[in-house]
Design a protein around this ligand. Structure first.
Ligand code: ASP
Length: 328
């Protein structure tokens, strides 16, 4: 009994001292598994700024580890020291990559501590400014008339843009109509789209809204079940469901993760800071301006977010298996 009390006291002490030492002078790095300047990078930078306020003495940095649909950055964090200084901001790819990559350097549900979900982000179907189409109908007709000649950009196999393009083409029944062009993130893909080097892309509103508003690209539809009628820019575009794709409803999400084994005192501190950040009016406003919705439900709790990701994994695996396309 005495021994048990001593052990319990030791455990409490070590949890407390970890918490005291954290964050210390070392920066907390949020790894974005995509290129700088893209949609996930944008969310990470806004999040780093607000999280810093809620962990006294902390210094957050954003690190881009792009490539292979996010799997390079995710593997890096899965293998990082579990000391709270390496975090991962990933999106739907966390659930999609195990379905697409049969050889993967991490197991989403086993190799990470889940810290909570951040936001829900709709997507938009966009095209280069030179496309002759101006409405979704014209766009579809143009694609059918030019089957085999067009290309669609994405941020690598397992990325949100890849999944969106895949689901959309499967629904349109024009699987073979386009060539896919992978990039390290949709930031470089967007530059190519604006420059007319690629024809189209399905990308997160956090990357497309400003470009649509500035008239640098064309937009044709949103991927949510309902049109985004409350948004000043995105309200002008129909949902794919309205355009006849029954049941099409794709919203991608972002979550925050730490390597497995990160001490509970630290994961609690990070989750507390995340929860406070998600209530921050400025962070909420920034998200809304880009069509994203900050999480305001139980998925901000680690266990609930984990359950949500597990369910997403099942859903996406079924879609990927139906499409029959794998990364390896
Ligand atoms: N989230 C990726 C990026 O930040 C894009 C994607 O997943 O499609 O570039």
């Amino acid at each position: 009994m005495k021994q048990w009390i001593a052990l319990a006291a030791l455990a409490t002490l070590s949890m407390g001292s970890y918490a005291q030492a954290f964050p210390g002078s070392k920066p907390i790095s949020i790894v974005v598994p995509f290129a700088a300047g893209g949609p996930t990078d944008r969310v990470a930078r806004d999040l780093a700024e607000v999280m810093r306020k809620h962990i006294p003495g902390s210094n957050f940095v954003v690190e881009n580890a792009a490539g292979a649909g996010g799997t390079i950055g995710a593997t890096k964090v899965a293998k990082a020291a579990p000391d709270g200084h390496s975090l991962l901001l990933f999106h739907i790819g966390m659930a999609a990559t195990p379905a697409l990559y049969r050889k993967l350097g991490y197991k989403p549900l086993e190799d990470f501590e889940f810290l909570g979900m951040v936001n829900d982000v709709p997507m938009t179907l966009v095209g280069k400014p030179q496309l002759p189409a101006n409405t979704y109908r014209d766009f579809e007709n143009y694609i059918r008339a030019n089957a085999g000649k067009l290309n669609i950009a994405h941020a690598g196999l397992g990325s949100a843009s890849h999944i969106c393009g895949l689901l959309w083409q499967t629904n349109m029944k024009t699987k073979e109509a386009m060539t896919t062009i992978p990039f390290g993130g949709t930031a470089p893909a967007m530059t190519a789209l604006i420059g007319g080097q690629v024809d189209m892309m399905c990308d997160q509103t956090t990357n497309t809204t400003a470009q649509i508003e500035g008239g640098r690209i064309k937009a044709f539809a949103v991927t949510t079940a309902q049109p985004l009628s409350g948004h000043p820019v995105l309200k002008h575009y129909p949902s794919l469901q309205e355009m006849g794709m029954k049941g099409f409803n794709l919203t991608i999400w972002h979550g925050l993760y730490a390597p497995k084994g990160t001490p509970p005192a630290i994961t609690k501190m990070l989750n507390d800071a995340l929860k406070k950040s998600l209530k921050d009016p400025d962070f909420i406003k920034k998200n809304e301006a880009l069509g994203a919705l900050v999480v305001n439900d139980k998925r901000v709790e680690p266990e609930e977010h984990k359950k949500f990701v597990a369910a997403e994994m099942v859903k996406i695996k079924a879609a990927v298996d139906a499409a029959g396309k794998y990364a390896d």
